[in-house]
Design a protein. Structure first.
Length: 150
């Protein structure tokens, strides 16, 4: 919103843009909360559109967000692999909590994918995003569940 207001009013400076993207990249790189991570990716994508798209982003910020994204993909993959390695009885007790957690991760992965699509519709990391999504234990959840009632 700050960037949009600055652009509309003609007061947007390179310092404002740099400070915004630097903070977003730092936060994306270190965030552990998947729901907040999704918000950060959405904010980055929206900010990118305000400044004129991926071509307006400096190489430093492009490389920074790509490294942060790779890091987050690895962390999400590791978390999902760890959950998949747990025994069935452990998972059954925490099924709802884990399903919600995984749903939040899916939102983050979706917003991550949207950002990558802004850079390139066939960005190589989009395959990694899909692969991490497939690691989820929650694949047993389907739209057919509960249809036995009638």
């Amino acid at each position: 919103m700050l960037l949009a207001c600055g652009k509309t009013s003609g007061t947007l400076t390179n310092q404002m843009v740099s400070a915004t993207f630097l903070q977003l990249i730092n936060c994306i790189s270190t965030e552990h909360d998947s729901s907040f991570l999704a918000s950060l990716y959405k904010c980055f994508t929206d900010s990118l559109r305000v400044i004129g798209g991926p071509g307006a982003l400096t190489r430093e910020f492009h490389d920074g967000v790509m490294e942060a994204t790779k890091r987050q993909l690895q962390l999400l993959a590791d978390r999902r692999k760890a959950r998949a390695g747990r025994s069935g009885s452990d998972l059954e007790e925490e099924r709802e909590d884990l399903a919600l957690l995984e749903e939040m991760e899916d939102f983050a992965l979706e917003d991550m994918g949207k950002l990558l699509m802004c850079f390139d519709a066939s960005h190589p990391l989009l395959v990694a995003v899909s692969s991490v999504k497939e690691l989820g234990f929650n694949r047993w959840d389907s739209d057919d569940e509960g249809d036995d009632d009638g």
